[in-house]
Design a protein around this ligand. Structure first.
Ligand SMILES: [Cu+2]
Length: 414
């Protein structure tokens, strides 16, 4: 689902989006500690202080290349949570980089993301959907101790502040459009992004900044700007050219907490009782592994959907009767969960081959509608980095829904 400019959200979409956030805030899944919204706040704080075997391994989501893919995955998951409430929604983006102040004044409103802070009430939001009573900040997730009510700078919509935002936007535009290498692009875009956090101020300057729902609209814009850059700088070589750096920021590293490892935890502590943030987080399956490479592809339709159905059946239909799909194979494997940390970044490609074709005799491959049916176990599909399919015109179905066509041989990252 394509993301829309928040400014263009109609009255009805605004209320459905805000109500979906309120629903997440009011919903705690069985066995979970935090409500579905606050779990995202905790996750964002957690990634800042990763620990492996008692040793800090730093921030997995900021100030390094992983900033972009980590937040992309984070946003995608948040969007899925929103869609679990209302399947017609996607995260709108706040186009603070457009140079048009109406992109801001039209959304900091009572009928949408809420107004600026109220200077008479400690810069708390005192109208709209996100007032203290309806949108209490969790005491353990209140990093800077602002208390229950969401706060923002009180002068956001003044001409002076809007001019300031315009120059931050210019910096982001220059990053995307300028003739920059990746490192420059990244530091300029992340720098502009930081300035926007500071521009909103209060809750938005903490590592618990997703407490303010504008966070998600802000990051949807960051992700959009990165996508724009990817149009002119595609592929892995334009993600992190030297591919050096800390674990989690390299192309095939697992991104905590989706790193297949139960050993990396977070040392972040809650603000109220010093409760370990780790204990507030949901269990993440060892099979739930996402690397930067997995989210690089701008055309996310197939990988995203395939990923969502890790344990479901995937049916591949060859629409050209005289082709066969003998070239189907599983290639590669996710690096052993600890191998990457000791410097082994990948394993030799292996062909698993036909044993993954289940219950489908060879003769069926010639029919138009059903050529190949693959039934993977969770382990099988997670040990694969991609499925390579050959054929002229292949349509892929996941759980009965077509997820798009492939032309010629293509690797589908899982
Ligand atoms: Cu962040």
């Amino acid at each position: 689902m394509t993301r829309k400019n928040a400014r263009d959200f109609l009255t009805d979409e605004r209320s459905r989006f805000c109500n979906a956030l309120l629903t997440l805030k009011q919903t705690t899944e069985p066995g979970h500690v935090l409500n579905k919204y606050d779990e995202f706040v905790a996750l964002h704080w957690g990634v800042v202080n990763r620990v492996l075997n008692g040793v800090s391994i730093g921030d997995g989501g900021h100030r390094a290349p992983g900033f972009l893919p980590w937040h992309r995955e984070y946003l995608n998951r948040f969007e899925k949570a929103v869609q679990s409430v209302d399947s017609t929604l996607s995260i709108p983006y706040w186009d603070w980089s457009s140079g048009d102040s109406q992109d801001t004044t039209d959304i900091f409103t009572d009928d949408f993301i809420g107004p600026a802070g109220d200077s008479l009430n400690g810069n708390r939001i005192t109208s709209g959907y996100f007032i203290e009573n309806d949108w209490p900040i969790h005491p353990e997730l209140d990093q800077l101790g602002w208390g229950l009510g969401l706060r923002r700078s009180n002068d956001l919509l003044t001409p002076q502040k809007l001019t300031e935002l315009e120059s931050i936007g210019d910096r982001a535009q220059d990053a995307v459009n300028g003739d920059n290498d990746f490192a420059t692009f990244l530091s300029e875009l992340e720098g502009a992004h930081n300035s926007v956090h500071v521009w909103v101020n209060f809750h938005m300057v903490a590592m618990t900044s997703p407490n303010d729902p504008i966070f998600f609209l802000h990051h949807a814009n960051i992700d959009r700007l990165w996508s724009k850059w990817q149009e002119t700088h595609p592929g892995a070589e334009n993600f992190n050219p030297d591919n050096s750096g800390q674990y989690g920021h390299r192309i095939d590293d697992g991104m905590w907490p989706w790193d297949g490892s139960t050993n990396i935890t977070t040392s972040s502590l809650g603000t109220s009782t010093n409760m370990p943030i780790q204990s507030l987080l949901p269990q993440i399956s060892d099979y739930d592994v996402v690397t930067p490479r997995n989210v690089l592809d701008d055309n996310l339709t197939i990988p995203q959907i395939v990923k969502q159905f890790l344990s479901s059946r995937i049916r591949v239909t060859n629409q050209t009767t005289n082709n066969n799909l003998n070239r189907y194979k599983i290639i590669g494997s996710v690096p052993d969960k600890f191998a990457a940390m000791s410097g082994i970044t990948d394993q030799i490609l292996t062909t698993v081959g036909f044993e993954d074709r289940v219950n489908r005799p060879e003769s069926d491959y010639d029919f138009v509608d059903v050529i190949l049916e693959i039934s993977h176990t969770r382990t099988q599909i997670n040990s694969a980095r991609g499925v390579q399919l050959g054929g002229d015109n292949i349509e892929i179905f996941v759980d009965g829904n077509s997820t798009g066509n492939l032309v010629k041989t293509q690797e589908i990252p899982l």
